[in-house]
Write a protein that binds this ligand. Structure first.
Ligand SMILES: Cc1cc2nc3c(=O)[nH]c(=O)nc-3n(C[C@H](O)[C@H](O)[C@H](O)COP(=O)(O)O)c2cc1C
Length: 219
């Protein structure tokens, strides 16, 4: 267990009971529920200041997903959004290994957040292996359990990226997370900083709305 981490629960198949930002922001219903599918109230309530951890699944130096999460962090709002960058520093997941300091840092970043935002590119019809590797490190310790998650994909057009999002949705749901929104943010290569700031403003507003509604979506 890492600082801010979670204690394993034998009652949860993949996730475990994790702290969900008690005391600020979003409070999550900790009632165990099936790991995938279904639409229904999650018990989330939005109380103003929210701590959000954002991950970009892309290691591309000119990544539109990384640009998006960094632009989200710059949007003036009540959301304290921290971009966690370290996917490429994580060891390969091993169920028989406790994880190193970087794994601990990831677990802490997720555990300390009221909500998580994942922006993923799509590679060959799925999420990048680096992102799946990171999410696998959270299975045993359960930081995603009962955590509201927004899944985005920054792609050249809105019909792209849905396979990667679906994979991410299924993976986090299997860990007990509640996916409150999932969609593709169209970002053209020709988009400049102002376009990106506009997309980020829209995306953060939509994320806040989804968290306020607090209803899980199914893919
Ligand atoms: C190796 C590779 C495979 C890709 N496979 C798909 C795909 O299956 N479906 C899709 O919609 N886009 C695919 N793309 C396009 C990327 O998902 C898309 O350009 C995305 O915006 C890249 O995000 P990034 O700039 O954050 O890395 C692929 C790109 C690469 C480099």
């Amino acid at each position: 267990m890492v600082p801010g981490g979670a204690c394993p629960s034998p009652s949860a198949p993949y996730g475990v009971l994790a702290g969900s930002g008690a005391g600020s922001g979003i409070e999550a219903d900790q009632t165990p529920r099936p790991g995938r599918g279904g639409i229904g109230a999650t018990g989330l309530s939005f109380q103003g200041h929210v701590r959000m951890t954002a991950l970009s699944g892309s290691l591309n130096g000119s990544s539109s997903n990384s640009a998006l999460v960094h632009a989200l962090a710059e949007v003036p709002s009540d959301v304290d959004l921290t971009v966690w960058e370290g996917l490429d520093q994580l060891p390969y997941f091993r169920p028989d290994a406790p994880g190193d300091d970087q794994v601990g840092a990831l677990r802490h970043a997720v555990a300390a957040a009221d909500a998580v935002l994942i922006a993923t590119p799509e590679y060959a019809g799925g999420m990048p292996g680096t992102l799946k590797n990171a999410l696998d490190w959270l299975v045993g310790t359960g930081e995603l359990y009962a955590k509201p998650v927004v899944v985005l994909s920054a792609a050249p057009s809105p019909e792209r990226g849905h396979n990667a999002r679906r994979w991410v949705e299924e993976t986090v749901r299997m860990q007990g997370a509640s996916v409150v929104d999932s969609y593709t943010v169209a970002i053209a290569r020709s988009d400049g900083p102002q376009d990106l700031a506009l997309r980020a403003g829209e995306a953060l507003g939509r994320a806040i709305g989804a968290l306020q509604r607090g209803a899980a979506i199914s893919s």
